[in-house]
Design a binder for this molecule. Structure first.
Ligand code: M6R
Length: 608
């Protein structure tokens, strides 16, 4: 996610801005930049890569000034480059921006038709042009920003500088956070508290639809409509480390809680509810995908589990035969790639060596490759023929959580997209599924409300030596993912199994000391899974059941019942995942392991 900072005071702005951006480094970024009022003009310095590159540039080519803005960019529109880094200038206006402008293509075309020239691939640059147009029409900074904002659709927070107003900044918020830090004859603005904590703890949060005019001695808050807003400042007690984690104890817990928003970001601008369709512009030039004869899904680790869910869903809804392989297996097995075979690779980082090698192996054999990635312009994204980004934001904790659920979300979008184009799903059925997708973030919130109960369960079973996870059908991969999460962060041995396979071996493991986590959604195989559960019960296993259909019968069989809300059966894998993440997290905390950086693991596995 991008980071924002702004400063208005008497001190060296460039220094304060870079220090503030350093406090936001944990969010991940690919480029950075600052702008200050320098010798009567706004001067901009931007650099690709780490903040140290920007610092070197500022050493070679310094900028003075005591008012300015700074930004770290996490690419969403346009590859990571100096040109695409913020701040973006148009005429006398300079802007930094977090979030996504959904209608930027239309706005850009309209601006171009009015003679505006663009120097980046970003959605942000349309904002600077829109504000500059209004300024040229004679509006002041606040009025021009307000008029420009009225044309934007999407989620954004912005900070604007105007060359004729060297003593102030304007900040605005819609859906992504903005905090204003109040100092003594100086004020700050930032996307996150850590950026300003070194200077002040007195803060004021903007709400959606509000903007602020920030000068040295004053902060004036108004709504986008121009109504004045009176807001009390608050004092934050966080230390800088807690602040980076948004007040959560670990990044992992923060990322688990970010999932409703991450999924909204994945779906943003892609669901066409009225038309009962999905818009994936990135696939417009990929007819080979709609015409695929066979799909091979390839990934590693958690992303491989996402592929398994993807296989179930894609086969069901598109009737295209699909198979799943590990990157490390696919690359060495001389895979069969016939005309019409499409490779879909899934990777959070886009840098996993085995997955990247699978892309090369498939391309050598003539297959087209679609990547589902989180990191924009990563190696895998660059080598694929088409990419659908998950837009989950940076995932810091080594164990993957929001990357996984956003990968599942992309599979739902992709399945619907293909099924509509292959005329396999009618308007009403597609509309119903889209409505369920729209409601998904709310359902995830409801799953997260089970947190305290799951924490208690974690303490009760946290000393177990081993765990078994059972699921069926589309939820079998979720059993695998639950087991993987527990292994990774608590170091407890755990196995995931297809519930129907239990009698072919793992049943031998069951005794009074084995917790068995059963995924029991009310789907077409509910009765079958219930029978498997009874087999566990009769051998003394300690059953923890996760279900959307609790009943007195279940209360009798299971030691613990965790209820999740119900939804379309195809979407239940995503909801079942949330309690499993929380269970693994709280068991790991109970056992005192290094939750965010578990032993022996790396976030991005760039070696074979
Ligand atoms: O970046 P990728 O999605 O390609 O990473 C793949 C795996 O290394 C990753 O999912 C790993 O299994 C995680 N630690 C799981 O939590």
């Amino acid at each position: 996610m991008c980071g924002i900072i702004g400063y208005v005071g008497d001190r060296d702005a460039a220094f304060i801005l870079v220090q503030g951006l350093k406090r936001l480094e944990y969010r991940g970024y690919d480029s950075a930049g600052v702008a200050t009022f320098h010798d009567g003009r706004i001067a901009i310095r931007r650099a690709l890569g780490k903040l140290s590159n920007l610092e070197n540039l500022l050493r070679e080519d310094p900028i003075s000034g005591s008012v300015g803005i700074g930004h770290t960019r996490w690419a969403t529109h346009g590859r990571p480059s100096e040109q695409n880094a913020h701040p973006h200038r148009a005429g006398r206006i300079v802007v930094i921006h977090n979030g996504i402008i959904e209608n930027y293509l239309e706005l850009r075309a309209a601006l171009q038709s009015r003679g505006r020239r663009f120097s980046s691939e970003t959605d942000t640059e349309v904002i600077s042009h829109l504000v500059d147009e209004c300024v040229q029409d004679g509006l002041d900074l606040v009025a021009a920003s307000r008029k420009a904002i009225a044309q934007l659709q999407g989620s954004f927070s912005i900070v604007v500088m105007h060359e004729d107003c060297p003593d102030r900044l304007v900040a605005a918020k819609s859906a992504t956070p903005i905090v204003i830090g109040l100092g003594d004859s100086e004020n700050f603005v930032a996307s996150d508290i850590p950026a300003i904590l070194d200077h002040t703890r007195k803060v004021l949060f903007l709400e959606d639809g509000e903007m602020a005019e920030i000068s040295r001695h004053e902060v004036k808050v108004t709504t986008f409509a121009g109504e004045p807003v009176v807001r009390e400042a608050r004092t934050v007690a966080w230390d800088p480390v807690t602040a980076q984690k948004g007040g959560y104890r670990h990044f992992l817990l923060k990322e688990i809680h970010e999932q409703p928003q991450a999924i909204i970001d994945t779906m943003r601008g892609r669901l066409l509810q009225e038309k009962a369709d999905v818009s994936l512009d990135e696939l417009a030039a990929a007819p080979w995908l709609v015409n695929a004869q066979r799909i091979v899904l390839v990934a590693c680790g958690t992303a491989w589990h996402a592929c398994l869910v993807g296989k179930y869903f894609l086969e069901q809804i598109t009737r295209i035969p699909a198979e799943v392989d590990y990157g490390s297996e696919f690359r060495y097995r001389n895979p069969v790639v016939e005309p019409g075979t499409v490779l879909i690779v899934v990777s959070q980082s886009g840098e996993t060596a085995d997955t990247l090698a699978a892309v090369e192996a498939a391309r050598e054999r003539g297959a087209k490759v679609l990547a589902i990635c989180n990191v924009v312009d990563s190696s895998i994204a660059r080598r694929a023929d088409a990419v659908v980004y998950t837009h989950a934001g940076p995932e810091i904790s080594v164990a993957s959580t929001k990357a996984f659920t956003t990968q599942l979300t992309v599979f739902y979008l992709l399945g619907l997209y293909l099924a509509r184009r292959r005329q396999l799903i009618d308007h009403d059925a597609a509309h119903a599924l889209i409505t369920d997708l729209v409601n998904l973030p709310k359902r995830i919130e409801e799953c997260l409300e089970r947190e305290r109960a799951i924490e208690k369960i974690a303490k009760k079973y946290g000393d177990a030596k081993s765990f078994l996870y059972l699921g069926r059908g589309i939820n079998y991969p979720i059993a695998l993912e639950g087991a993987l999460k527990l292994k990774e962060i608590s170091y407890i041995h755990a196995e995931g199994y297809a519930a129907g396979e239990m009698k072919h071996g793992p049943i031998a493991l069951i005794n009074e000391s084995l917790p068995v986590v059963v995924l029991l959604p009310k789907d077409g195989v509910y009765g079958k899974t219930l029978s498997n559960m009874k087999e566990v019960e009769s051998r003394g296993g300690r059953i923890i059941v996760i279900t959307d259909a609790p009943s007195p019968e279940l209360e009798d069989i299971a030691w613990e019942v965790i209820q999740i809300p119900t939804s379309n059966p195809s979407l239940l894998p995503l909801l079942l995942t949330i309690p499993l993440q929380l269970l693994a997290y709280y068991i790991a905390v109970y056992r005192g392991s290094d939750v965010d950086m578990p032993r022996n693991l790396a976030k991005s596995v760039t070696v074979e």
